[in-house]
Write a protein that binds this ligand. Structure first.
Ligand code: AMP
Ligand code: ZN
Length: 114
């Protein structure tokens, strides 16, 4: 997707603080952190949102969660805990239309969010 900022980050056209990448996913720190640790995990394939998941592409979600499992341990937030957030569409507050999972940790988080 030409105008997608996350596709540009994957291609290295926009800088990011990369944490991890493999053939299928890319993880990087959120530019506007909402917690001491706040990173995003995205598929390299441009999938607009959870609404766009189907039988052919949904396996990536398992891979994203396995990646989160690994990274929270490496970043040392697994034991105290963390929150995984996906925002979908207008009411969900999605601002970047390339599906992504936020991971927030490093402090106690209020619930429910606003
Ligand atoms: P959402 O509101 O769920 O669509 O989240 C989009 C997230 O992307 C926000 O938390 C932004 O701070 C983050 N973001 C936007 N541009 C960048 C960027 N260039 N590098 C890192 N994070 C970004
Ligand atoms: Zn994209």
């Amino acid at each position: 997707m030409e105008d997608c900022i996350f596709c540009k980050i994957i291609k290295g056209e926009i800088p990011s603080k990369k944490i991890y990448e493999d053939d299928n996913v890319y993880a990087f720190y959120d530019i506007n952190p909402g917690a001491p640790v706040h990173f995003l995990v995205i598929p390299k394939e441009h999938i607009e949102s959870v609404n766009s998941l189907n039988e052919d592409n949904a396996e990536i979600v398992s891979h994203i969660f396995k990646t989160i499992n690994k990274l929270v341990s490496e970043l040392g937030i697994d034991k105290n805990g963390y929150r995984i957030v996906n925002n979908t569409g207008k009411d969900g507050g999605q601002t970047v239309h390339h599906m992504h999972f936020h991971v927030l940790g490093g402090r106690s988080l209020a619930w429910p969010p606003g």
